[in-house]
Design a protein around this ligand. Structure first.
Ligand SMILES: NC(=O)c1ccc[n+]([C@@H]2O[C@H](COP(=O)([O-])OP(=O)(O)OC[C@H]3O[C@@H](n4cnc5c(N)ncnc54)[C@H](O)[C@@H]3O)[C@@H](O)[C@H]2O)c1
Length: 297
């Protein structure tokens, strides 16, 4: 049976690439977003909807009857709205979309979380048990965005406890680089990639993580294909194989996170601070793109 995929947040920075990649790969794609996209992709069915409206979300999803749902819609930037609004919006969307997916008969649901749930940057201090971070390290969110994404993961885990007929995955995409950003378009934080590389302080706030949006799309296609291999409710980091830095993190982390210096000694060469080993081992996914080959300097 061919896959009919609802992608929420399909008009966003990551969603645009995911919608395009899935459409190109031959999936039937339905994008559901509050905003309409600037450049709609031919063949994609676009719906405008506020996903905080639970009844309308369930009605639309049930009418579409997707085989799978990818949930990307959210307020995607910490502190870009009042804390209570971020928490209510992201937790509410995660719950509404997951509940509507189950009600619609979808058998696979993938929810976007974020590496920022781990807790780096906490003003009260943060020292994880090890670097690179892996999925067994306990998240310690310190802002409403991180908490809302942790809740989104727990929403997936909760539904996995309610039904074994549906498979749920959460994934934590690193700092997403849309294809045009390699050529100088502003990144999510407003500066260019070259500026982010030239001034490590800019990339340090995200622990030098990043991922190409097309590699995230490949991850999602691979995850849907190999979902039977996954423990229900599993979580995956999705990042590039290297760090977004011109120097090794064994040198940069002691400078920007002195309290983590002892953990960073092994992050030599181009090693990142986030492990993608689980996605490689369980799903067979590997990123194909690096700033070293993609950036137009
Ligand atoms: N961009 C990153 O670096 C990054 C990193 C980690 C996690 N993420 C997560 O990935 C997902 C996509 O991020 P993005 O960068 O594309 O964000 P984005 O802000 O570009 O896109 C989010 C989309 O969600 C839609 N949306 C928000 N509220 C909605 C609502 N109530 N109803 C319907 N649609 C709504 C917006 O209209 C927008 O098109 C988010 O869940 C984000 O938290 C992104």
């Amino acid at each position: 049976m061919s896959e009919r995929i609802i992608i929420t947040g399909g008009s966003g920075r990551l969603g645009r690439s995911v919608v395009e990649g899935f459409a190109r790969a031959g999936f039937e794609v339905i994008s559901v977003d509050r905003s309409t996209p600037e450049n709609p992709i031919e063949g994609v069915d676009y719906h405008s909807l506020d996903l905080l409206d639970a009844a309308a979300t369930e009605q639309l999803f049930t009418t579409i009857a997707p085989t799978a749902v990818i949930s990307l819609a959210a307020i995607a930037v910490p502190f870009s709205a009042p804390e209570d609004v971020i928490l209510r919006t992201n937790a509410g969307i995660a719950h509404n979309v997951t509940a509507a997916s189950v009600a619609s008969g979808a058998k696979k649901v993938i929810i976007a979380s974020s590496p920022s749930i781990m807790g780096y940057g906490s003003p009260a201090g943060w020292v994880p048990p090890r670097l690179p971070l892996d999925e067994d390290v306990t998240p310690k969110p310190w802002h409403a965005y991180g908490l809302s994404k942790y809740v989104a993961e727990q929403v997936a885990a909760m539904f996995a406890q309610q039904t074994s007929d549906v498979k749920f995955i959460s994934f934590r995409p690193c700092y997403v680089i849309a294809p045009e950003e390699w050529e100088g378009a502003p990144t999510q934080q407003g500066h260019t990639l070259k500026e982010r590389l030239d001034d490590p302080a800019l990339s340090a706030v995200a622990m030098f993580n990043y991922v190409d949006a097309r590699d995230v799309t490949d991850f999602l296609i691979t995850a849907l294909k190999n979902i039977d291999r996954v423990e229900n409710g599993a979580v995956f980091f999705v990042g590039a194989a290297d760090a977004l830095a011109r120097q090794p993190l064994s040198e940069l982390i002691p400078e920007y996170y002195p309290e983590l210096a002892h953990l960073a000694e092994g992050l030599t060469g181009d090693a990142p601070a986030f492990s993608i080993q689980k996605a490689k081992e369980v799903l067979g996914w590997e990123p194909k793109r690096s700033w070293r080959t993609e950036l137009v300097e």
